[in-house]
Design a protein around this ligand. Structure first.
Ligand SMILES: Cc1cc2nc3c(=O)[nH]c(=O)nc-3n(C[C@H](O)[C@H](O)[C@H](O)COP(=O)(O)OP(=O)(O)OC[C@H]3O[C@@H](n4cnc5c(N)ncnc54)[C@H](O)[C@@H]3O)c2cc1C
Length: 426
């Protein structure tokens, strides 16, 4: 078996799989190396009696490139689209879930008070600013106010990053919002323009879960090996990769691994860049994948789910109503619940999660399936300084043209962002 390739991709998550697939399509001999015994990375679906249990992400927003990729992979007939009800989202405020409806936010809504409604209406008259190192919290306070930050932005941000708007960098973590402010002069004007142009993205998954996408990509690849990469080097402008099993050689290399894993591999080559990359923070997260018989749940809240702002004082950060979004089996109700936890308090948080969930949905019986998943390093934080780090990495890649550095911490955390990379697909 030859150990020489045109290109090696390290990491078999969605970022690495799409990269390897795209290079192979361009005619290159590509090897994908994955340290686990399966591809998909955090995307991990399981078929159960009641349908699908997602052990990682639950859904994705359909981008044009993703649509083409799905067609190319022959997955169109497996694609499932979110039910209409998924357009509804709730925020847990003053002890109960309150509906957020963009159409009634200004008039009927109880999520924000009159002062905030005036701020929403007047934001369009404020001029755009690009403040270096501005946090998301500061940007929201600059354009709106504290209440909009705590009741609307913070819970939504927690749903994406499981992080804090005080630490996240405005222009990196909410790129779309930042661009709207720069291009349209205000976020409100940009938001209205995007609605007019019909650029709203559909929420989708697959009959057998999101892993169908990563499995289909893996099946297209000619060379996938389940080996952990231990070191990389660049002798004579070639790439040498050493795994726990053997050595490989190639002309080019893509690292599509989490930041802390990339830092470890780059350390012997460039300690300074490794140290900078290693500063990307990954908070831990507890997930509860739980299925009840429909009769065990007294209260039904048809919607995408419920977000919990920190002022709710709950350990739960978000509940995703998987059955309401994609469900086909009326006998079961499947949910994914996320909570903040760390290695020391997992058991206590698990108990609190069960109690809080029970009180929101008025649960009367035990679940038929209950899986707790602890993600020690869950989602990379695009904290203040992230855009600067990305510029430094762009320059580093120019100086080391054999190596490309990818992964959700480079491109954006949504699955669509990981696919929307240069050269990927179609
Ligand atoms: C709990 C959770 C829920 C989420 N929910 C959503 C959602 O609903 N919708 C959405 O759009 N996004 C969601 N996301 C975000 C999204 O799923 C991720 O950003 C994306 O899947 C990451 O893909 P990746 O390929 O960049 O990284 P990963 O999936 O982390 O893949 C990296 C791979 O590299 C491998 N690797 C690491 N080191 C080595 C090594 N030395 N040698 C070989 N292989 C190595 C790892 O084993 C792993 O398979 C969620 C994320 C999490 C954690």
């Amino acid at each position: 078996m030859s150990n020489e390739f045109d290109h090696i991709v390290v990491g078999g998550g969605i970022s690495g799989l799409t990269k390897a697939y795209s290079l192979q399509k361009q005619g290159l001999k590509v090897l994908l190396l994955e340290k686990a015994n399966r591809t998909g990375g955090v995307i991990h679906s399981k078929i159960t009696e009641c349908g699908v249990t997602e052990l990682g992400p639950n859904s994705l927003a359909l981008t044009p490139i993703l649509g083409q990729l799905i067609e190319e992979l022959g997955l169109n007939d497996q694609l499932i689209k979110a039910n209409e009800v998924a357009n509804k989202r709730y925020i847990y405020l003053k002890g109960k879930p309150v509906l957020i409806n963009p159409k009634t936010l200004l008039f009927g809504s109880k999520v924000i008070g009159l002062g905030s409604k005036i701020k929403l209406l007047s934001e369009r008259f404020k001029s755009a600013q690009d403040i270096p190192n501005e946090s998301l919290a500061d940007a929201i306070k600059r354009r709106f106010n504290n209440e909009i930050l705590s009741n609307l932005v913070e819970p939504v941000i927690t749903g994406i990053y499981a992080g804090s708007p005080e630490k996240l960098e405005y222009k990196s973590s909410m790129k779309r919002m930042f661009v709207m402010e720069q291009e349209h002069g205000s976020f409100t004007k940009g938001f209205l323009a995007s609605r007019k142009s019909g650029s709203k993205r559909e929420i989708v998954s697959f009959n057998k879960g999101l892993q169908q996408l990563t499995d289909a990509l893996r099946d297209k690849l000619e060379n996938v090996r389940y080996e952990a990469v231990e070191s990389i080097s660049l002798p004579n402008d070639r790439v040498m990769v050493k795994t726990n099993e053997r050595n490989y050689e190639a002309n080019g290399l893509t690292l599509a691994v989490p930041a802390y894993a990339a830092a470890e591999l780059l350390q012997p080559m460039d300690g300074d860049i490794a140290q900078r990359i290693n500063q990307v923070e990954y908070p831990s997260l507890l997930g509860w994948q739980v299925t009840f018989k429909t009769t065990s749940i007294t209260k039904r809240i048809p919607s995408f789910g419920i977000l919990f702002p920190s002022k709710s004082k709950k350990v739960i950060k978000g509940i995703i109503n998987y059955s309401e979004i994609f469900g086909t089996n009326d006998d079961c109700r499947h949910f994914t619940v996320f909570a903040a936890a760390n290695t020391e308090n997992i058991e206590k948080v698990e108990q609190q999660v069960k109690e809080e969930f029970s009180s929101v949905y008025e649960v009367v019986d035990e679940p038929i399936e209950s899986i707790f998943s602890f993600y020690e390093k869950a989602i990379p934080q695009f904290n203040v300084g992230h855009s600067e780090l990305m510029k430094i990495l762009d320059e580093w890649e120019r100086q080391h043209p054999q190596i490309e550095i990818l992964g959700n911490w480079r491109t954006g955390v949504a699955i669509g962002d990981c696919i929307n990379q240069k050269n990927v697909c179609c």
